[in-house]
Design a protein around this ligand. Sequence first.
Ligand code: TXA
Ligand code: MG
Length: 362
Amino acid sequence: MVTKVIKIDRQHMDERLLSEAAEILRSGGLAAFPTETVYGLGADGLNREAAKKIYAAKGRPSDNPLILHISAVREIEPLVKEVPETAAKLMDAFWPGPLTMIFPKSGIVPSETTGGLDTVAVRMPSDPVASRLIALTGRPIAAPSANRSGRPSPTTAEHVLQDMDGRIEMIVDGGPVGIGVESTIVDVTGDVPVLLRPGAITMEMLQEAVGPVETDPAVAGPVAADVKPKAPGMKYRHYAPKAELALVEAAVSEQTGEAVISRINQLTREKQSQGYLVGIICTDETKDCYPEGIVRSLGPRALQETIAHSLFAVLREFDDLGVDYIYSESFARDHLGQAIMNRLTKAAGYHIIYADKEERHG
Ligand code: TXA
Ligand code: MG
Protein backbone atom coordinates (compact mmCIF):
# COMPACT_ATOMS: atom_id res chain seq x y z
CA MET A 1 0.00 0.00 0.00
CA VAL A 2 1.25 3.48 -0.87
CA THR A 3 0.62 6.05 1.85
CA LYS A 4 -0.47 9.37 0.36
CA VAL A 5 0.45 12.51 2.34
CA ILE A 6 -1.72 15.61 1.86
CA LYS A 7 -0.89 19.00 3.38
CA ILE A 8 -3.76 20.98 4.91
CA ASP A 9 -3.32 24.57 6.07
CA ARG A 10 -5.30 25.02 9.33
CA GLN A 11 -6.10 28.64 8.44
CA HIS A 12 -7.21 28.00 4.85
CA MET A 13 -8.44 24.44 4.67
CA ASP A 14 -8.69 22.90 1.20
CA GLU A 15 -12.06 21.17 1.50
CA ARG A 16 -11.67 19.21 -1.72
CA LEU A 17 -8.40 17.72 -0.54
CA LEU A 18 -9.74 16.98 2.95
CA SER A 19 -12.75 15.26 1.33
CA GLU A 20 -10.34 12.67 -0.08
CA ALA A 21 -9.45 11.70 3.49
CA ALA A 22 -13.14 11.63 4.46
CA GLU A 23 -13.86 9.36 1.49
CA ILE A 24 -11.13 6.91 2.61
CA LEU A 25 -12.62 6.83 6.12
CA ARG A 26 -16.18 6.34 4.81
CA SER A 27 -15.09 3.42 2.67
CA GLY A 28 -13.46 1.62 5.63
CA GLY A 29 -9.85 2.73 5.13
CA LEU A 30 -7.31 4.33 7.51
CA ALA A 31 -6.26 7.99 7.50
CA ALA A 32 -4.07 9.71 10.10
CA PHE A 33 -4.91 13.31 11.01
CA PRO A 34 -3.76 16.04 13.41
CA THR A 35 -5.60 16.84 16.63
CA GLU A 36 -4.65 19.45 19.24
CA THR A 37 -3.04 16.72 21.40
CA VAL A 38 -1.20 14.23 19.13
CA TYR A 39 -1.80 12.78 15.64
CA GLY A 40 -4.60 10.20 15.50
CA LEU A 41 -4.96 7.11 13.32
CA GLY A 42 -8.56 7.33 12.12
CA ALA A 43 -11.10 4.78 10.97
CA ASP A 44 -14.91 4.68 10.84
CA GLY A 45 -15.69 3.95 14.50
CA LEU A 46 -18.96 2.18 13.72
CA ASN A 47 -17.40 -0.20 11.18
CA ARG A 48 -16.03 -3.40 12.77
CA GLU A 49 -13.68 -4.24 9.92
CA ALA A 50 -12.24 -0.72 9.84
CA ALA A 51 -11.63 -0.77 13.61
CA LYS A 52 -9.81 -4.10 13.25
CA LYS A 53 -7.49 -2.55 10.65
CA ILE A 54 -6.36 0.00 13.28
CA TYR A 55 -5.14 -2.76 15.60
CA ALA A 56 -3.29 -4.44 12.74
CA ALA A 57 -1.62 -1.21 11.53
CA LYS A 58 -0.48 -0.26 15.04
CA GLY A 59 0.39 -3.76 16.21
CA ARG A 60 -1.91 -3.01 19.15
CA PRO A 61 -3.45 -5.63 21.48
CA SER A 62 -7.15 -5.93 20.59
CA ASP A 63 -8.30 -5.55 24.22
CA ASN A 64 -7.08 -1.92 24.28
CA PRO A 65 -10.14 0.20 23.37
CA LEU A 66 -10.28 3.19 21.00
CA ILE A 67 -11.58 6.74 21.50
CA LEU A 68 -14.48 7.92 19.30
CA HIS A 69 -14.00 11.46 17.98
CA ILE A 70 -16.99 13.69 17.21
CA SER A 71 -17.35 17.19 15.71
CA ALA A 72 -20.45 18.47 17.56
CA VAL A 73 -21.83 17.80 21.04
CA ARG A 74 -25.12 16.37 19.74
CA GLU A 75 -23.22 13.63 17.87
CA ILE A 76 -22.64 11.86 21.20
CA GLU A 77 -26.31 10.95 21.65
CA PRO A 78 -26.51 7.81 19.48
CA LEU A 79 -23.20 6.51 20.92
CA VAL A 80 -23.99 6.40 24.65
CA LYS A 81 -26.77 5.17 26.95
CA GLU A 82 -26.78 8.37 28.96
CA VAL A 83 -24.86 11.57 29.57
CA PRO A 84 -24.44 11.86 33.38
CA GLU A 85 -24.75 15.32 34.92
CA THR A 86 -21.04 15.63 35.72
CA ALA A 87 -20.26 14.75 32.11
CA ALA A 88 -22.58 17.49 30.88
CA LYS A 89 -20.76 20.00 33.08
CA LEU A 90 -17.35 18.84 31.86
CA MET A 91 -18.52 18.98 28.23
CA ASP A 92 -19.71 22.56 28.80
CA ALA A 93 -16.42 23.54 30.34
CA PHE A 94 -13.91 21.73 28.10
CA TRP A 95 -15.41 20.65 24.74
CA PRO A 96 -14.17 21.03 22.13
CA GLY A 97 -10.78 20.29 23.63
CA PRO A 98 -8.33 17.73 25.02
CA LEU A 99 -10.78 15.88 27.32
CA THR A 100 -12.00 12.31 26.72
CA MET A 101 -14.85 10.87 28.80
CA ILE A 102 -15.94 7.26 29.36
CA PHE A 103 -19.69 6.57 28.98
CA PRO A 104 -21.90 3.46 29.04
CA LYS A 105 -22.01 2.54 25.35
CA SER A 106 -25.08 2.18 23.14
CA GLY A 107 -25.82 -0.81 20.93
CA ILE A 108 -24.49 0.77 17.73
CA VAL A 109 -20.87 0.95 18.94
CA PRO A 110 -19.17 -2.30 17.93
CA SER A 111 -17.16 -4.27 20.47
CA GLU A 112 -14.15 -4.08 18.12
CA THR A 113 -14.02 -0.33 18.86
CA THR A 114 -14.33 -0.71 22.63
CA GLY A 115 -12.05 -3.72 23.06
CA GLY A 116 -15.01 -5.74 24.30
CA LEU A 117 -15.96 -3.26 27.08
CA ASP A 118 -19.53 -2.07 27.63
CA THR A 119 -18.28 1.51 27.91
CA VAL A 120 -17.04 3.86 25.20
CA ALA A 121 -14.54 6.73 25.25
CA VAL A 122 -15.66 9.89 23.44
CA ARG A 123 -13.90 13.15 22.72
CA MET A 124 -14.56 16.27 20.65
CA PRO A 125 -11.25 17.68 19.38
CA SER A 126 -10.74 21.43 18.96
CA ASP A 127 -8.24 21.19 16.10
CA PRO A 128 -10.06 22.64 13.06
CA VAL A 129 -8.63 20.01 10.68
CA ALA A 130 -9.79 17.15 12.93
CA SER A 131 -13.17 18.73 13.45
CA ARG A 132 -13.78 19.39 9.73
CA LEU A 133 -12.60 15.91 8.76
CA ILE A 134 -15.02 14.28 11.21
CA ALA A 135 -17.88 16.47 9.92
CA LEU A 136 -17.06 15.67 6.27
CA THR A 137 -16.92 11.94 7.08
CA GLY A 138 -20.29 12.08 8.82
CA ARG A 139 -19.36 9.29 11.27
CA PRO A 140 -17.68 9.13 14.67
CA ILE A 141 -14.01 8.46 14.00
CA ALA A 142 -12.16 5.91 16.12
CA ALA A 143 -8.59 7.15 16.56
CA PRO A 144 -5.76 6.00 18.78
CA SER A 145 -2.47 7.89 18.67
CA ALA A 146 -0.94 7.25 15.22
CA ASN A 147 2.24 5.51 16.45
CA ARG A 148 3.24 1.87 16.21
CA SER A 149 2.36 0.26 19.54
CA GLY A 150 5.06 0.97 22.14
CA ARG A 151 6.49 4.04 20.33
CA PRO A 152 6.03 7.60 21.60
CA SER A 153 2.89 9.31 20.28
CA PRO A 154 3.44 11.35 17.09
CA THR A 155 3.36 15.14 17.30
CA THR A 156 4.19 15.78 13.63
CA ALA A 157 3.13 14.18 10.32
CA GLU A 158 6.78 13.10 9.84
CA HIS A 159 6.54 11.01 13.02
CA VAL A 160 3.39 9.34 11.64
CA LEU A 161 5.13 8.60 8.34
CA GLN A 162 8.09 7.01 10.21
CA ASP A 163 5.71 4.56 11.90
CA MET A 164 2.91 4.08 9.35
CA ASP A 165 4.41 4.39 5.85
CA GLY A 166 2.92 1.65 3.67
CA ARG A 167 0.46 0.56 6.39
CA ILE A 168 -2.32 3.17 5.95
CA GLU A 169 -3.97 4.91 2.99
CA MET A 170 -3.39 8.54 3.91
CA ILE A 171 -1.75 11.03 6.28
CA VAL A 172 -3.32 14.46 6.61
CA ASP A 173 -0.39 16.76 7.42
CA GLY A 174 -1.66 19.79 9.34
CA GLY A 175 1.74 20.70 10.78
CA PRO A 176 2.93 20.18 14.36
CA VAL A 177 0.26 19.66 17.04
CA GLY A 178 -0.36 22.27 19.74
CA ILE A 179 -0.22 20.32 23.01
CA GLY A 180 1.97 17.27 22.47
CA VAL A 181 0.58 14.86 25.10
CA GLU A 182 -2.61 12.83 24.74
CA SER A 183 -6.00 13.96 26.06
CA THR A 184 -7.06 13.78 29.68
CA ILE A 185 -9.34 10.76 30.25
CA VAL A 186 -12.10 10.88 32.88
CA ASP A 187 -14.50 8.05 33.72
CA VAL A 188 -17.92 9.62 34.33
CA THR A 189 -19.90 6.39 34.76
CA GLY A 190 -19.77 6.41 38.59
CA ASP A 191 -20.92 8.87 41.27
CA VAL A 192 -17.55 10.62 41.45
CA PRO A 193 -15.55 11.22 38.25
CA VAL A 194 -12.27 9.30 38.08
CA LEU A 195 -9.13 10.55 36.32
CA LEU A 196 -7.73 7.68 34.24
CA ARG A 197 -5.04 9.56 32.27
CA PRO A 198 -3.73 13.08 33.04
CA GLY A 199 -3.48 15.59 30.20
CA ALA A 200 -3.84 19.27 29.33
CA ILE A 201 -7.20 19.50 31.11
CA THR A 202 -5.54 19.26 34.51
CA MET A 203 -6.82 17.82 37.79
CA GLU A 204 -7.02 21.39 39.10
CA MET A 205 -9.22 22.42 36.14
CA LEU A 206 -11.48 19.36 36.50
CA GLN A 207 -12.00 19.99 40.22
CA GLU A 208 -12.82 23.62 39.62
CA ALA A 209 -15.50 22.57 37.11
CA VAL A 210 -17.16 19.67 39.01
CA GLY A 211 -15.77 19.44 42.54
CA PRO A 212 -14.12 16.26 43.85
CA VAL A 213 -12.41 14.00 41.30
CA GLU A 214 -10.70 10.71 42.18
CA THR A 215 -7.52 9.41 40.58
CA ASP A 216 -7.14 5.86 39.28
CA PRO A 217 -4.15 4.17 40.98
CA ALA A 218 -2.63 3.37 37.56
CA VAL A 219 -2.00 7.11 37.02
CA ALA A 220 0.56 7.38 39.80
CA GLY A 221 2.46 4.12 39.66
CA PRO A 222 2.74 0.58 38.37
CA VAL A 223 -0.27 -1.67 38.82
CA ALA A 224 0.13 -5.23 40.09
CA ALA A 225 -0.19 -7.97 37.48
CA ASP A 226 -3.50 -9.16 38.93
CA VAL A 227 -5.12 -5.70 38.97
CA LYS A 228 -7.10 -4.66 35.90
CA PRO A 229 -6.65 -0.91 35.36
CA LYS A 230 -9.77 0.97 34.26
CA ALA A 231 -8.10 2.29 31.13
CA PRO A 232 -6.69 -0.91 29.65
CA GLY A 233 -4.00 1.10 27.85
CA MET A 234 -2.45 2.06 31.19
CA LYS A 235 -1.15 -1.45 31.78
CA TYR A 236 1.09 -1.47 28.74
CA ARG A 237 4.57 -0.02 28.82
CA HIS A 238 3.56 2.92 26.67
CA TYR A 239 5.69 5.62 25.14
CA ALA A 240 8.64 3.32 25.46
CA PRO A 241 11.80 4.59 23.83
CA LYS A 242 14.22 1.93 22.57
CA ALA A 243 16.81 3.10 25.10
CA GLU A 244 16.64 2.33 28.79
CA LEU A 245 15.29 5.48 30.44
CA ALA A 246 15.70 6.51 34.08
CA LEU A 247 14.48 9.62 35.86
CA VAL A 248 16.94 11.25 38.21
CA GLU A 249 15.58 13.34 41.06
CA ALA A 250 16.43 14.48 44.55
CA ALA A 251 14.37 12.76 47.23
CA VAL A 252 14.28 15.78 49.53
CA SER A 253 13.05 18.24 46.96
CA GLU A 254 11.88 17.92 43.40
CA GLN A 255 13.91 20.89 42.29
CA THR A 256 16.85 20.05 40.12
CA GLY A 257 19.98 21.00 41.96
CA GLU A 258 23.62 20.10 42.05
CA ALA A 259 22.95 16.55 43.28
CA VAL A 260 20.86 15.67 40.23
CA ILE A 261 23.28 17.24 37.77
CA SER A 262 26.33 15.52 39.22
CA ARG A 263 24.55 12.14 39.41
CA ILE A 264 23.50 12.40 35.75
CA ASN A 265 27.06 13.36 34.78
CA GLN A 266 28.45 10.43 36.76
CA LEU A 267 26.00 7.93 35.20
CA THR A 268 26.72 9.32 31.74
CA ARG A 269 30.50 8.95 32.14
CA GLU A 270 30.05 5.41 33.45
CA LYS A 271 27.91 4.25 30.51
CA GLN A 272 30.04 6.08 27.92
CA SER A 273 33.20 4.43 29.24
CA GLN A 274 31.47 1.09 28.64
CA GLY A 275 30.90 2.13 25.02
CA TYR A 276 27.23 3.09 25.25
CA LEU A 277 25.53 6.12 23.67
CA VAL A 278 23.83 8.27 26.34
CA GLY A 279 21.04 10.85 25.96
CA ILE A 280 20.24 13.47 28.61
CA ILE A 281 16.84 15.17 28.98
CA CYS A 282 17.09 18.50 30.81
CA THR A 283 15.87 22.10 30.77
CA ASP A 284 17.17 25.42 29.43
CA GLU A 285 18.44 26.28 32.91
CA THR A 286 20.70 23.21 33.13
CA LYS A 287 21.61 22.33 29.54
CA ASP A 288 25.11 23.78 29.86
CA CYS A 289 25.83 21.73 33.00
CA TYR A 290 26.24 18.46 31.06
CA PRO A 291 29.61 18.28 29.26
CA GLU A 292 29.08 14.76 27.88
CA GLY A 293 26.29 12.75 26.27
CA ILE A 294 23.67 13.96 23.76
CA VAL A 295 21.96 16.78 25.63
CA ARG A 296 18.41 17.89 24.80
CA SER A 297 16.52 20.60 26.66
CA LEU A 298 12.71 20.38 26.73
CA GLY A 299 12.51 24.14 27.34
CA PRO A 300 12.43 26.47 30.34
CA ARG A 301 11.51 24.50 33.49
CA ALA A 302 8.64 26.85 34.42
CA LEU A 303 6.93 26.56 31.01
CA GLN A 304 5.07 23.27 31.41
CA GLU A 305 3.37 23.70 28.01
CA THR A 306 6.75 23.83 26.28
CA ILE A 307 8.10 20.85 28.23
CA ALA A 308 5.01 18.75 27.34
CA HIS A 309 5.21 19.81 23.71
CA SER A 310 8.86 18.74 23.30
CA LEU A 311 8.79 15.46 25.23
CA PHE A 312 7.73 12.85 22.64
CA ALA A 313 9.79 14.43 19.84
CA VAL A 314 12.94 14.18 21.99
CA LEU A 315 12.24 10.52 22.86
CA ARG A 316 11.82 9.77 19.14
CA GLU A 317 15.02 11.64 18.28
CA PHE A 318 16.95 9.52 20.80
CA ASP A 319 15.44 6.40 19.18
CA ASP A 320 16.59 7.59 15.75
CA LEU A 321 20.10 8.28 17.06
CA GLY A 322 20.33 4.78 18.52
CA VAL A 323 20.81 5.99 22.10
CA ASP A 324 21.28 3.14 24.64
CA TYR A 325 20.62 4.96 27.93
CA ILE A 326 18.60 8.09 28.66
CA TYR A 327 18.84 10.04 31.92
CA SER A 328 16.11 12.60 32.46
CA GLU A 329 15.69 15.34 35.00
CA SER A 330 12.42 15.16 36.89
CA PHE A 331 9.58 17.73 36.91
CA ALA A 332 7.02 19.14 39.34
CA ARG A 333 3.85 17.04 39.44
CA ASP A 334 1.19 19.75 39.62
CA HIS A 335 -0.97 21.10 36.77
CA LEU A 336 0.34 19.90 33.38
CA GLY A 337 3.31 18.43 35.28
CA GLN A 338 1.09 15.49 36.27
CA ALA A 339 0.78 14.50 32.60
CA ILE A 340 4.48 15.14 31.92
CA MET A 341 5.58 12.98 34.86
CA ASN A 342 2.97 10.29 34.06
CA ARG A 343 4.39 9.90 30.51
CA LEU A 344 8.01 10.10 31.65
CA THR A 345 7.71 7.60 34.51
CA LYS A 346 5.81 5.17 32.27
CA ALA A 347 8.45 5.53 29.55
CA ALA A 348 11.04 4.79 32.26
CA GLY A 349 9.16 1.70 33.43
CA TYR A 350 8.98 3.57 36.79
CA HIS A 351 12.76 3.56 37.19
CA ILE A 352 13.62 6.57 39.36
CA ILE A 353 17.14 7.19 40.63
CA TYR A 354 17.37 9.35 43.75
CA ALA A 355 20.44 11.54 43.37
CA ASP A 356 20.96 11.95 47.09
CA LYS A 357 20.72 8.23 47.90
CA GLU A 358 22.46 5.01 46.94
CA GLU A 359 20.57 3.37 44.09
CA ARG A 360 18.27 0.49 44.90
CA HIS A 361 17.32 -1.80 42.08
CA GLY A 362 13.75 -3.03 41.70
O1 TXA B 1 -5.35 12.75 22.69
C1 TXA B 1 -5.82 11.62 22.49
O2 TXA B 1 -6.63 11.09 23.25
C2 TXA B 1 -5.35 10.89 21.22
C3 TXA B 1 -5.89 11.67 20.00
C4 TXA B 1 -5.62 10.98 18.71
O3 TXA B 1 -7.26 11.91 20.17
N1 TXA B 1 -5.80 9.53 21.23
C5 TXA B 1 -5.25 8.60 22.06
O4 TXA B 1 -5.75 7.32 21.88
O5 TXA B 1 -4.40 8.86 22.88
P1 TXA B 1 -5.02 6.01 22.44
O6 TXA B 1 -5.78 4.90 21.83
O7 TXA B 1 -3.58 6.09 22.13
O8 TXA B 1 -5.29 6.05 23.97
C6 TXA B 1 -6.60 5.81 24.43
C7 TXA B 1 -6.62 5.41 25.86
C8 TXA B 1 -6.08 4.01 26.10
O9 TXA B 1 -5.28 4.01 27.28
C9 TXA B 1 -7.34 3.20 26.32
O10 TXA B 1 -7.11 2.09 27.15
C10 TXA B 1 -8.27 4.21 26.96
O11 TXA B 1 -7.98 5.39 26.28
N2 TXA B 1 -9.70 3.88 26.73
C11 TXA B 1 -10.36 3.87 25.56
N3 TXA B 1 -11.63 3.46 25.72
C12 TXA B 1 -11.80 3.22 27.03
C13 TXA B 1 -12.89 2.76 27.84
N4 TXA B 1 -14.07 2.45 27.32
N5 TXA B 1 -12.66 2.60 29.17
C14 TXA B 1 -11.46 2.91 29.72
N6 TXA B 1 -10.40 3.35 29.01
C15 TXA B 1 -10.56 3.50 27.68
MG1 MG C 1 -1.57 5.80 22.33
